[in-house]
Write a protein that binds this ligand. Structure first.
Ligand code: FAD
Length: 412
């Protein structure tokens, strides 16, 4: 297809948009090639199975694509957030929301707190194995009773000899069935505010074995460790296991406390910026893919003796979609440039997350409409893109919370 803006199609050999350089474009080509060969052919099967095979995590561990920004001392590739941005974009455009979430969550949201706040012993134990794809980690903050209002969590960790005993439930946990450890927010005081939250790394009991590594029932069952996890049915993100996780009198040793006791709120806040920026990057790339697919479709499809692309209304729709994408990219790339330059970007990240997640829903809907009935069918993949996109304005902080953050930054 002909693209409407520089950089819309990275594969077309255009000059990369800063902060991406030729080196990043080489990485992009390698990741895109892997996704085309080893992921895309299986997307529908993994969506239908509601599961990404565990072997894919190990393969990714060998390739190192989810370890790009981690220091080499911890088993990472020693790159930076621009390298990681390439991964976020390529998995965002080339697979499905569920696959991107399943493969990305262990390293994008569950492991950064261990790098930032963990002791060397904790890093040794919980970073390398996740980067190598030998272990899967999940971040467990949300509960059935509270999500946006983090201070309202009810999961409690009572002090006992040598550690803590944890009781409570966590909901909507990405990778919750498969995870071998949960980076878990718990209440450690009766303080009603942000002050009484701590983080514990809660490990599952002995793994049921390689023969059960793709058996959600066996993985989710209580292994005598007081932990059970059950998958939740949802609108989109089918390939990602999203679980309700229960902790019943789970003993957690003292040295599994991450960061300071009662200092967990800081840890939650530290995680948000990159999570939200990588969601924005993934959305920009996913929007580009929808535009490309839709443009190709309307150039072929005929109605009333003409190509659908020849109707002025179609051209206007595509022009508006391209403009939305360009504006989303401009804000997101500018945010990334500032972030890698070490400039605080809470405002920009919040705006980029808010703008791109809604924009992706709109672009998928308009793209589906231009496909007519074919868009409603599974074969084109655009109905899945629309269902997957709907998570964006909710996950990682809702649109309303983004607007609230911005309003407060405006002194309102
Ligand atoms: C597929 C999926 C995967 C997820 N993965 C994870 C994960 O791995 N780990 C994890 O911990 N969590 C995860 N989440 C949870 C996610 O972060 C929360 O769903 C999200 O933060 C919103 O919380 P909530 O669902 O409790 O909604 P609520 O907080 O109950 O919000 C309900 C509605 O009220 C609005 N609202 C709330 N507060 C305000 C306010 N102050 N002003 C205006 N409106 C407000 C919200 O915007 C929303 O519209 C996942 C969620 C989904 C759907």
């Amino acid at each position: 297809m002909t693209t409407t803006s520089p950089g819309l199609d990275h594969a077309a050999g255009r000059l990369p948009s800063p902060p991406f350089t030729a080196e990043h474009e080489e990485l992009r080509a390698a990741i895109r090639g892997w996704i085309e060969r080893e992921v895309r052919p299986h997307v529908q099967a993994w969506e239908d199975a509601k599961w990404v095979p565990t072997a894919v995590f190990r393969r990714l561990g060998e390739l190192g694509y989810t370890a790009l920004a981690y220091p080499t001392a911890l088993g990472g590739q020693g790159g930076d957030h621009v390298h990681e941005a390439v991964w976020a974009q390529e998995i965002g455009r080339g697979s499905s929301g569920g696959i991107a979430a399943a493969l990305g969550a262990p390293t994008t949201i569950a492991t950064p707190p261990i790098v930032k706040f963990g002791t060397p012993a904790q890093q040794e134990r919980w970073v390398g194995p996740v980067l190598r794809g030998e272990r899967v980690a999940a971040l467990a903050i949300t509960e059935p009773g509270t999500g946006s209002d983090v201070a309202g969590i009810q999961t409690r960790a009572e002090r006992v000899d040598g550690g803590f005993v944890v009781n409570g439930e966590k909901s909507f946990i990405t990778g919750g069935v498969r995870a071998q450890h949960y980076v878990t927010a718990v209440k450690t005081t009766n303080d009603g505010g942000h002050g009484g939250i701590s983080f514990l790394v809660v490990e599952r009991g002995e793994h049921p074995g390689v023969e059960h590594e793709d058996d959600p029932a066996a993985l989710g069952a209580d292994r005598g460790d007081g932990i059970s996890a059950s998958p939740l049915e949802k609108l989109g993100w089918h390939a990602s296991d999203t679980a309700l996780v229960s902790f019943r009198d789970v003993f957690v040793p003292e040295d599994h406390l991450l960061g300071e006791l009662d200092g967990g709120f800081k840890l939650i806040m530290a995680n948000f910026q990159w999570e939200r920026l990588s969601m924005a990057l993934g959305a920009v790339a996913a929007m580009e893919a929808v535009l490309e697919q839709t443009t190709a479709f309307v150039a072929e499809r005929r109605a009333f003796g003409r190509r659908v692309a020849d109707f002025q209304g179609t051209r206007w729709a595509l022009a508006e979609m391209a403009t939305t994408i360009e504006a989303s990219r401009a804000l997101t790339y500018e945010t990334l440039r500032k972030h890698v330059a070490g400039i605080p970007v809470i405002q920009e990240v919040t705006m980029a997350k808010l703008m791109t997640q809604r924009a992706l829903v709109e672009i998928c809907d308009r793209g589906l409409q231009l496909h007519g009935g074919a868009g409603y069918m599974k074969e084109q993949g655009i109905e899945r893109a629309l269902r997957d996109a709907r998570l964006g304005p909710i996950g990682g902080g809702t649109d309303e919370i983004m607007k609230d953050v911005l309003g407060r930054m405006m002194g309102l």
